[in-house]
Design a protein around this ligand. Structure first.
Ligand SMILES: NC(=O)c1ccc[n+]([C@@H]2O[C@H](COP(=O)([O-])OP(=O)(O)OC[C@H]3O[C@@H](n4cnc5c(N)ncnc54)[C@H](O)[C@@H]3O)[C@@H](O)[C@H]2O)c1
Length: 386
């Protein structure tokens, strides 16, 4: 089956690589010729590194790269079985591309968008046959991250959903199905990992190094929130937060913080600019955490119950199944445990009491507990027992 990829930026190049590695002939399209050139140079470099590491042979590299053909005309997609769009995050531009694309491809070609924040329903609405449109959300870097969220719009047919899920599964990705709502699963449920950590810092409960230490050493997370924000980029992380908050009609639970906004405005974007919450300048040393076990445990508990609350609410609102919510967070952002499973282990009543305590103290909507937690606690039920 031929695969079309629209947009040869960070994500498009990665998706083209995965598809070619899975044996497909790939047509990579971009309106910008230098983006296509850059993408092919980048792919050559990535593949050469894989050869050096012994992951692929020289011949396999040649075959894989030979299967990727750049093009500056959408008509190259005429025989594709699926086209995945990964262009700029702009609804009007995406709609235009989908419209032109639909006129070029076969009737049974699946049209997918890799959008992180736009509604799949609105993209699908630009097509004559919206039943063939689906969201296929890869994570960055696409070839390395195992998780892919599959997002059916209200218009998407069961067949499109099933075919796209099994195709992406055959590319050795872990797929989860998410409802077409802001942030899908990962970018919604993960918000408190950053937001609550920043809040704890803003209130002077602990400094960044201590919060990062606690989340890693006590919580078992691979990276601390501040380290991770510096890695992702404070501009990107802030924008995701702001987009999710706006898309949820300004639900205070997702309200962005001034701390991060100022980092972005100052150009302290993280590793990529040499300075973020921490300095990455040559010879700079990382600040020492205050390894106070009691403080550390309180930090982890507060962030964890906020994350569990998001996961519970996502389940309550049918965003995804309990298995997919847990899988998304362990595979998409490397959490040490699925949040709903974690809730069962910690005790749902305890989680609820923690949230209610915060709510009582702050009288802020961000601490309102999901009604599902309240129901589970009242009936002494677990997430994983039925
Ligand atoms: N970068 C991430 O971490 C990430 C993760 C998941 C999803 N996404 C989503 O993937 C998409 C692409 O993101 P990216 O980071 O790869 O962007 P990018 O800026 O690296 O690349 C976008 C590419 O699209 C091309 N382009 C723009 N308009 C076009 C058009 N009309 N037709 C064809 N090509 C066009 C640009 O020339 C550019 O090469 C966005 O929807 C984004 O939300 C990004």
């Amino acid at each position: 089956m031929e695969v079309g990829v629209i947009g040869a930026g960070t994500m498009g190049a990665g998706i083209a690589q995965i598809a070619a590695q899975s044996g497909h002939k790939v047509y990579l399209y971009d309106t910008n010729d230098s983006a296509l050139e850059r993408a092919m140079k980048g792919l050559q470099k990535v593949m050469s590194r894989l050869v050096e590491k012994g992951r692929v042979t020289e011949q396999e590299m040649k075959d894989i790269l030979g299967r990727i053909q750049t093009c500056s005309d959408l008509s190259a997609m005429a025989n594709a079985g699926i086209v995945i769009e990964a262009i700029i995050e702009n609804i009007d531009v995406k709609k235009e591309v989908f419209q032109s694309l639909e006129a070029m491809v076969a009737n049974d070609c699946i049209l997918a968008s890799n959008t992180s924040s736009l509604s799949i329903a609105s993209i699908a609405a630009s097509c004559e046959n919206p039943a063939r449109v689906v969201g296929i959300h890869f994570f960055n870097p696409a070839p390395l991250m195992p998780l892919v969220e599959i997002i059916p719009a209200v218009q998407t047919s069961a067949e499109t959903l099933q075919q796209s899920r099994s195709l992406i599964g055959s590319w050795r990705k872990v797929t989860v199905v998410a409802k077409d709502t802001p942030g899908f699963i990962v970018n919604r449920v993960a918000r408190p990992f950053y937001g609550e950590a920043i809040r704890i810092y803003e209130e002077g409960i602990a400094d960044m190094a201590t919060i990062d230490w606690a989340m890693k050493e006590i919580g078992g997370f691979r990276m601390g929130p501040f380290e991770l924000m510096d890695y992702i980029g404070n501009d990107i992380n802030y924008t995701v937060t702001e987009t999710v908050w706006t898309a949820f009609y300004y639900d205070p639970r997702y309200k962005p913080s001034f701390t991060q906004k100022r980092m972005m405005e100052a150009g302290y974007l993280g590793r990529k600019t040499g300075r973020g919450y921490y300095s990455y300048a040559e010879g700079a040393s990382m600040p020492e955490p205050d390894k106070n076990q009691k403080v550390g445990e309180a930090i982890v508990w507060r962030v964890l119950i906020m994350l569990i609350n998001e996961a519970a609410d996502a389940l309550h609102l049918g965003i995804a199944s309990r298995e997919d919510i847990d899988l998304a967070m362990t595979m998409g952002v490397n959490y040490p445990k699925g949040l709903l499973k974690w809730a069962d282990e910690k005790g749902i009543q305890e989680v609820l009491d923690g949230l209610d305590k915060l709510y009582l103290a702050y009288h802020e909507e961000r601490y309102r507990a999901s009604v599902l937690l309240r129901q589970k606690a009242a009936f002494k039920q677990l997430f994983y027992k039925d």
